[in-house]
Design a protein around this ligand. Structure first.
Ligand code: ZN
Length: 291
């Protein structure tokens, strides 16, 4: 069993990220599994050194460890950045091209991130060359687009990509592979078996399974999934990285075990009394045979 902590260095971490780290770490440690740290830095425009440093600072404060991955910001830049795996992403994109599964799209409208409205455009009919400068590549969602998978919390999940996302971007306009493809490639490469992520990434899971199916690349498709509810702020809004350095403020004012206890209470696992990582490890909700 291998779980992964896969933050993106596109902002300071927030309580929702911390919560996700805890679930992944506890899931592995409660079953004798291993933990991978992978920092998804494919979005070079939003990446900043202080965000990378923030990730290591938060993990250190929480006391979470990992078997595989960078030991610190310098090691990350030298050995683990996704920029070092471009060849893998390019070969996957080329395979999609060989299978005639992508088309060039020059639309400027942003695709809805929540997958509630399918993307539609006339670009496919225009049959522009894939080499057209500034064109994104979208994967065709024209047949067999129903993706189903088993989720630890939600049971069987079914997403029809034709109805939800429509053809989605696998190569961005800047020529770099899109998040969906990089994340899928890296999970497969590192042998991740269990993926715990927020419910906002349900469309991503479906898109990645769809790409995986098109590439006949086993790995991701056999993963176990757990999509957890998102934490919200006092106003009920989803937490986001743009909200600022929330993690740093949490570390300054909150006792760690109180934070763990409140997370456990929020999930309905205890009464909110402070808990240590040791006490949380092995709780029934994390043990594979008991949940
Ligand atoms: Zn288009």
């Amino acid at each position: 069993m291998i779980t992964r902590l896969a933050p993106t260095p596109s902002g300071f971490l927030h309580a929702g990220n911390i919560y996700n780290f805890l679930l992944n770490w506890l899931w592995a440690r409660s079953n004798g599994g291993k933990v991978l740290l992978r920092i998804d830095d494919g979005d070079a425009e939003r990446k900043r050194p202080e965000y990378v440093e923030d990730i290591f600072r938060v993990l250190g404060w929480l006391g979470l460890d990992w078997e595989t991955g960078p030991t610190g910001p310098d090691d990350f830049e030298q050995h683990w950045s996704q920029a070092r795996r471009k060849d893998v992403y390019v070969s996957m994109l080329n395979e999609l091209v060989r299978k005639e599964r992508v088309f060039a799209c020059t639309c400027t409208r942003k695709q809805p991130v929540n997958g509630t409205l399918p993307h539609t455009c006339a670009c496919r009919q225009m049959q522009m060359p894939l080499s057209k400068p500034g064109a994104a590549w979208r994967i065709l969602t024209d047949n067999n687009t129903l993706v189903t998978f088993l989720d630890k919390a939600l049971g069987t999940v079914a997403v029809d990509l034709q109805q939800t996302t429509g053809p989605f971007v696998v190569r961005k306009k800047d020529g770099h592979a899109a998040y969906q493809l990089c994340s899928l490639a890296d999970d497969g490469h590192s042998g991740v078996t269990h993926i715990c992520r927020g419910e906002d990434l349900l469309p991503s899971t479906a898109m990645q399974l769809y790409i995986d199916r098109r590439l006949d690349a086993p790995g991701f498709i056999n993963c176990n999934f757990w999509h957890h509810p998102l934490l919200s702020n006092a106003q009920g809004a989803k937490l986001s990285k743009s909200a600022g350095a929330l993690s740093s403020s949490i570390m300054g004012i909150v006792n760690k075990n109180e934070l763990l206890g409140s997370f456990a209470q929020w999930m309905g696992w205890n009464n909110g009394a402070p808990m240590s990582l040791n006490e949380m490890t092995g709780m029934d909700c994390f043990v594979v045979d008991k949940c």
